[in-house]
Write a new protein. Structure first.
Length: 225
C-alpha cells in the first residue's frame, strides 16, 4: 500500500520501486509531482479508477510501471497515454504524437459508446419518472370519485390498448352484465303480421312510454350518486 504521503504536497519526484505495492492510490494530493516510479511492484491492473486518481496531477510528465504484471496486458500503453494526457515519458520512452493518435483512435470510440449508453439510460429514467408522475396526477383526480380496481380483477386479462396502469385504469360499471352470442344461430322465420299482433305491439309501445319518466328519474338518481 501507498501510505502517509497526503501531506507531502510539494513532492516532485517519487520513487516507490521494488516494493509490494498492488494498487495505485493516495497520490492524488501530490499536485506538484512530476515523476512517479512504481516499477518492480505487484500492480496487476491499471483500471480507469486508478488512472482517475492520477488525473489531478497535471504536472506529471513521467511514469514508470516496468516489471509489474500490468505491463503484459494488451494496449496497456495506449490506455495509459489516453487517460493521462500530460505524460511526456512512459516506461522511460518519450510519448510521441503517433502514440497519442493511436491511443485516441483505440479508446475514444469506446468512451463515446460508454457515454452514449449512459445518456440513453438517463433519458429512459427521465421518461419513466415523467410517466410515473403523470399516473400520480391521474390517480389524484380519480381518488375523490372512489374509482379503484376491484380486488378480483385479473391484471393480465386487462385490455391491451389501455395505456394507463394507475388505479383509475379499471372503472367498474355496476349496471353492466356479461352476455354472449350463442354459437348455434337460430333460424329466422318471416311471416305476415296479423291484426291482433299489431294491436299487441301498439299496447306494448304505450306501456314503454309510460315507464320512460320512471327510467329518467332513476338515471338522475344514479348520476347524483
Amino acid at each position: 500500500y501507498i501510505e502517509n504521503l497526503e501531506k507531502c504536497t510539494k513532492l516532485e519526484i517519487l520513487n516507490l520501486s521494488h516494493n509490494l505495492i498492488g494498487k495505485i492510490e493516495k497520490v492524488d494530493k501530490l499536485l506538484k509531482l512530476r515523476e512517479l516510479n512504481l516499477s518492480y511492484n505487484k500492480i496487476w491492473a491499471v483500471e480507469q479508477d486508478d488512472v482517475s486518481k492520477l488525473k489531478p496531477l497535471q504536472d506529471l510528465t513521467s511514469l514508470i510501471l516496468a516489471e509489474n504484471p500490468v505491463v503484459t496486458l494488451p494496449h496497456y500503453l495506449q490506455f495509459t497515454i489516453f487517460h493521462l494526457r500530460s505524460l511526456e515519458s512512459l516506461e522511460g520512452q518519450p510519448v510521441t504524437t503517433q502514440d497519442r493518435q493511436e491511443a485516441f483512435e483505440r479508446f475514444s470510440l469506446g468512451k463515446l459508446r460508454q457515454k452514449t449508453v449512459e445518456l440513453t439510460r438517463a433519458c429512459q429514467k427521465q421518461y419513466e419518472l415523467e410517466q410515473e408522475l403523470a399516473f400520480y396526477k391521474i390517480d389524484a383526480k380519480f381518488e375523490p370519485l372512489n374509482y379503484y380496481p376491484s380486488e378480483y380483477v385479473d391484471v393480465d386479462k386487462a385490455p391491451d390498448e389501455s395505456p394507463y396502469i394507475g388505479k383509475s385504469r379499471y372503472k367498474r360499471n355496476m349496471f353492466a352484465t356479461e352476455s354472449y352470442i350463442a354459437d348455434n344461430a337460430q333460424s329466422v322465420e318471416i311471416k305476415r303480421m296479423e291484426p291482433e299482433e299489431g294491436e299487441q305491439l301498439r299496447n306494448e309501445h304505450v306501456n314503454l312510454k309510460a315507464h320512460m319518466p320512471l327510467d329518467t328519474q332513476l338515471e338522475d338518481k344514479e348520476n347524483k350518486i
